[in-house]
Design a protein around this ligand. Structure first.
Ligand SMILES: Nc1nc2c(ncn2[C@@H]2O[C@H](COP(=O)(O)OP(=O)(O)OP(=O)(O)O)[C@@H](O)[C@H]2O)c(=O)[nH]1
Ligand SMILES: [Mg+2]
Length: 276
């Protein structure tokens, strides 16, 4: 632990009082320590990692790296968001074991595909039992659905004509091939999937939503994404410890290399830096 009131702590936290500011050459160390939190979204291929990364970026305003990133960039993340789509398989257990437990959040992604929130919660709870960590059901798709005015107008028309979501999603795809109607139905299925369209039509039919903004609010609430900030907050202390370890390693390297030995050694010698 680095004592926030000691010289190094003050430099890192940007409290110049009592110290002469960031020593020359040490500004990258400080900016590395203070950089925003980055979450790497990981899991088996096809589980919805890209969509989940988009949801975290757009809904939680936290930097999220998707599967397209370089392995080395992913390794630099502060936290890992591990996406399951059911109870964990052998591959999931193996991948999870490689991640630091105190900086990994596990979610049941594509939670909407379980048909109803109770079933998704039951699967998440079974997955939690098998992994030994909490598992939140989250639908990345619904979290960042953002129904457009165009889609809203179309959905309103469907609800007015008494249409509901068929049990087989394919049966929703009616209309002449290439027509606007068929195109919009296709787009809605791709962007909201069966459960999202069902929710939209149900809410329109029973008058729960009066405009597109309230529909988007409901979709976001159902998505489960808003349970993640408290899970992230629960990992912040571990992230801080990891960054402090990085600071120590950087100072030790500088002291060994000699270029900034004096100041690096001084900062390392401070009693506030507890070894180990
Ligand atoms: N219903 C539903 N579908 C989803 C969700 N998230 C992703 N999908 C769909 O799952 C498919 C794969 O999504 P991606 O986000 O690309 O998943 P990925 O893990 O990056 O997969 P690859 O790119 O195939 O490796 C797409 O068709 C998405 O629309 C979700 O929360 N709910
Ligand atoms: Mg993808």
């Amino acid at each position: 632990m680095i004592d926030a009131n000691g010289e190094l702590g003050r430099i890192l936290e940007g409290v110049p009082e009592g110290v002469s500011g960031v020593p020359p050459g040490f500004d990258t160390l400080v900016s590395q320590y203070r950089r925003g939190l980055t979450i790497a979204v990981v899991g088996r291929p096809g589980v919805g990692r890209d969509t989940m990364a988009r949801a975290v970026r757009s809904r939680l305003s936290v930097a999220a790296l998707g599967p397209g990133e370089d392995a080395s960039v992913l390794l630099d993340a502060d936290l890992w968001l591990y996406v399951l789509t059911g109870v964990p398989r052998a591959d999931d257990h193996r991948l999870l074991e490689e991640l630091p437990r105190d900086r990994t959040i596990v979610v049941l992604g594509k939670a909407d595909t379980h048909g109803d929130p109770e079933t998704a919660a039951a699967v998440a709870s079974a997955a939690a039992g098998m992994t030994g960590v909490p598992v939140n059901p989250v639908s990345g798709l619904l979290a960042c659905a953002d129904v457009t005015d165009d889609e809203w107008g179309f959905l309103t028309g469907l609800a007015e004509s008494g249409e509901s979501m068929p049990s087989m999603a394919g049966q929703f795809l009616v209309g002449p091939p290439g027509s606007r109607e068929r195109l919009l139905r296709h787009r809605l299925l791709r962007r909201l999937d069966r459960f999202g369209v069902d929710i939209a039509l149900t809410c329109l039919a029973d008058g729960t939503v009066a405009d597109v903004a309230s529909l988007n609010t409901i979709l976001r609430a159902i998505s489960g994404i808003d349970a993640l900030p408290s899970r992230i907050a629960g990992c912040v202390a571990a992230v801080r410890r990891e960054r402090e370890r990085d600071v120590r390693a950087d100072l030790e390297r500088r002291a060994a290399e000699g270029a900034e030995r004096d100041i690096a050694e001084r900062l390392l010698r401070m009693p506030e830096v507890v070894l180990g």
